[in-house]
Design a protein around this ligand. Structure first.
Ligand SMILES: Nc1ncnc2c1ncn2[C@@H]1O[C@H](COP(=O)(O)OP(=O)(O)OP(=O)(O)O)[C@@H](O)[C@H]1O
Ligand SMILES: [Mg+2]
Length: 327
């Protein structure tokens, strides 16, 4: 009962909260080459929360699995013109973008299964790394009304699709799952981001980290969160997303949890995270000066230590289903 009162109050506060519009379109790539850490869930729910607050948001589904398209209720069967056509054939984004049926101001560039072959097809094409950037730049320039946020959902790999996403974005948004081995591979991700920054996109930087599937009842979640905040204090959002059954159910209804169960802890957490993201980007989306780099104390060296620390220190077993929040 007390929890219901708390959630009702939290929802009312969020309903009244004003999300500042950024000075210019913020383009964020949601990436982590580790699979199943909540990239897609974070992309669609943060996008829906921003749109619900009155901002206009485009989700680019860059994963052949098409999970973001599914969660946004956007058709992506094999006949649909999709992001594959944009990358490989140069189709314009405006031809493929579809509105999300449940949330005003939210749009999706869907992915079809064709995209699975594009990693190979792109190799022989001209400007293979910059194809998405060109398409997004042209689309944004053509629009009368500004898009406030572009969120790009990456596949769990560091191939050409992810490279295209890094080249197209200014900011990297990394979801980290609060589990054993959570930080494994993070140093590789940071190294790749640094490489893209040096050679292809000098504005790219890690601006945002979100702790996902946080289970307040396990020591492991708290340990992972502490490690992440120690090494990436300024990038990590205060809000964490709890493990919640409603979050995992929503995509099978073609919805985000924001519309599927607005009162659930998962929906409220994603709205809090989106509000924080919007607040941080209010004055300037570009915080490159503070960016994480392998040379900096919080960069690769730190991440390598993090890998070690988490492997050796966080030996508490991951929370099982009984640690789950049923809402
Ligand atoms: N907060 C949460 N509570 C419960 N389940 C969650 C939560 N976040 C994500 N999940 C579930 O975890 C699984 C992985 O999430 P998701 O698909 O977002 O990860 P991903 O990083 O995009 O995966 P991939 O690497 O395959 O693209 C999904 O089944 C999703 O529904
Ligand atoms: Mg995904």
């Amino acid at each position: 009962m007390r929890a219901v009162v708390k959630e009702t109050r939290q929802k009312q506060e969020l309903d009244n909260r004003v999300f500042p519009r950024p000075d210019r379109t913020r383009i964020l790539t949601v990436a982590n080459q580790k699979g199943g850490v909540g990239k897609t869930t974070t992309t669609v729910n943060v996008a829906a929360a921003l749109a619900l607050a009155g901002l206009s948001v485009l989700v680019v589904d860059l994963d052949p699995q098409g999970n973001a398209s599914t969660a946004l209720g956007v058709p992506h069967h094999s006949d649909v013109t999709s992001i594959y056509d944009v990358l490989v054939d140069g189709t314009s984004l405006s031809e493929i973008i579809q509105p999300c049926p449940d949330v005003d101001g939210l749009f999706c560039a869907p992915a079809t299964i064709d995209l699975a072959g594009s990693e190979i097809e792109l190799v022989s094409l001209v400007a293979r790394e910059t194809r998405l950037r060109r398409a997004i730049t042209a689309y944004l320039a053509d629009r009368d009304e500004r898009i406030d946020y572009v969120l790009i959902d990456c596949p769990p790999s560091l191939g050409l699709l992810t490279v295209n996403a890094f080249v197209a974005a200014d900011e990297v948004f990394i979801p980290i799952q609060c589990e054993y081995y959570a930080l494994e591979g993070l140093s590789q991700l940071l190294k790749n981001i640094e490489m893209i920054r040096t050679h292809l996109n000098p504005t790219l930087h890690v601006s945002t980290i979100l702790l996902t599937m946080y289970d307040a009842r396990t020591r492991l979640s708290a340990q992972v969160a502490d490690e992440v905040r120690t090494h990436f204090g300024s990038e990590t959002l205060q809000s964490t997303v709890p493990r919640s059954v409603r979050v995992s159910e929503a995509p099978s209804h073609g919805q985000t949890v924001i519309t599927y169960d607005p009162m659930s802890t998962g929906a409220l957490a994603y709205r809090e995270a989106a509000a924080e993201l919007a607040d941080r980007g209010a004055s300037s989306g570009d915080t490159a000066a503070e960016s994480v780099s392998p040379e900096s104390g919080t960069g690769l060296g730190g991440a390598a230590q993090v890998d070690e620390t988490v492997h050796s220190g966080a030996s508490v077993p991951a929370g099982g289903p009984d640690g789950e929040d049923v809402r």
